[in-house]
Design a protein around this ligand. Structure first.
Ligand code: MRU
Length: 369
């Protein structure tokens, strides 16, 4: 998508430096900073510190990280070592394991001298595929927005509520939950987005930055406002992303998503999840029982970051001294609360049958990822 008129992906390969270029998302929305990543430690830190974040982008980054590992040491032992090293960076988004497994499966049968080039080629393919998948999700999800738009008075926007940043910054391009919005906006359909702040990391500010850069009308709201807006008929549909969706359609996404789903059900607001197929964990059914939920540093909860009027970035404490803070980063929305899954192949019910019919070849593969 565009930043100040220039098209960017959220990562790209720098052939001269033989390094990955990323956008340091910790600086957004205040400053647009890019940086090169070219050591194992820098790759791990980029994921852990959320310079890159969002399930699909974490997966693509991990694929490039494996390419670096193979350049440094293409042995069988190092495939496993690098897999373990990067797999530990963040526990919830399944795209990380998906990309590492895909890389490992490609590399093991190759001779060591072929591995670095093959891993890099695969990383490029994963990045390109992600763009295609998200564009298809956008086209499929736009149909929902179009249907609602047809019931509106001329010029009246379709109001979409989203949580976290499931935008182009969280993927390689387009985003998942935001892709239908961008497609609708580009097609001339009036759309307005309620953007949840998404404490504690305030990914809503990233979503607002993205939407603003693309000219999409939007309003930033505190996380607790969604239910109230739904009660007053101000939300036509909810679209969120996912970090891991189980084989029966339970959805794990940024903390607070579950509460939005509950409020949506109580108010008969459709609740859709934009789901790229690499985000399906075919090995588990019960998301609440089996998805590992990342517990992040309590400092993220006890402090809040923003800019002073002169633009200086400042972090301030919001809790009393001595108050312990907790910071679970994700929660699980059971499939019964999900109206449908917007995938690259179409929209399906959040159920085992729905996913199996949409992706029969993936469902039948043992383990799937
Ligand atoms: O902790 P984050 O910012 O990596 O969490 C991101 C999300 O929860 C997104 O909604 C999810 O990865 C879907 S991104 C297309």
């Amino acid at each position: 998508m565009k930043v100040n008129g220039t098209h960017y992906r959220s990562l790209w390969w720098n052939t001269d430096l033989e390094a990955l270029e990323i956008i340091d998302q910790r600086s957004l929305p205040y400053e647009f900073k890019t940086q090169s990543v070219n050591t194992m430690e820098e790759y791990a830190a980029a994921i852990v510190e959320m310079r890159v974040r969002g399930a699909p982008l974490i997966g693509a980054t991990a694929a490039y990280a494996m390419a670096l590992a193979m350049k440094l040491d293409p042995s069988d032992a190092n495939i496993d070592k690098a897999w373990d090293y990067f797999h530990e960076t963040r526990p919830t988004a399944i795209n990380l394991r998906w990309a590492l497994n895909r890389s490992k499966a490609l590399l093991l049968p190759l001779s060591p001298d072929q591995r670095a080039a093959a891993a890099l080629q695969l990383a490029h393919e994963i990045a390109d595929e992600d763009v295609d998948i998200n564009a298809a999700i956008g086209r499929n999800g736009m149909a929902l927005i179009k249907e609602i738009a047809a019931t509106k008075k001329p010029g009246e926007p379709v109001n979409v509520l989203t949580h976290c940043n499931a935008g182009w910054l969280a993927t390689v391009d387009w985003g998942t939950a935001t892709s239908p919005v961008y497609h609708a906006h580009n097609a001339g359909i009036a759309v307005h987005v309620w953007v949840d702040e998404t404490r504690p990391r305030n990914q809503g500010a990233l979503t607002s930055w993205e939407l603003g850069s693309h000219g999409v009308p939007h309003t930033y709201i505190v996380d607790n406002a969604g239910g109230h807006l739904m009660q007053h008929g101000l939300v036509d549909l909810v679209i969120v992303g996912t970090d891991r969706t189980t084989n029966r359609g339970d959805v794990c996404n940024k903390i607070g998503t579950y509460l939005k789903a509950l409020a949506a059900q109580d108010n008969n607001v459709p609740f859709y999840v934009a789901l790229p197929s690499p985000t399906i964990d075919w090995t588990i059914a019960d998301g609440v029982a089996d998805i590992p939920i990342e517990e992040r540093d309590a400092h993220e909860t006890s402090h809040i970051q923003g800019t002073l009027p002169d633009g200086t970035l400042q972090s301030v404490k919001v809790t009393p001294d001595g108050t312990p803070s907790g910071n679970p980063a994700f929660d699980v929305t059971p499939n019964r609360l999900v109206t449908g899954l917007i995938t690259e192949r179409g929209i399906c019910p959040a159920s085992e049958q729905g996913l199996r019919e949409m992706f029969p070849e993936l469902a039948s593969k043992a383990g799937g990822v």
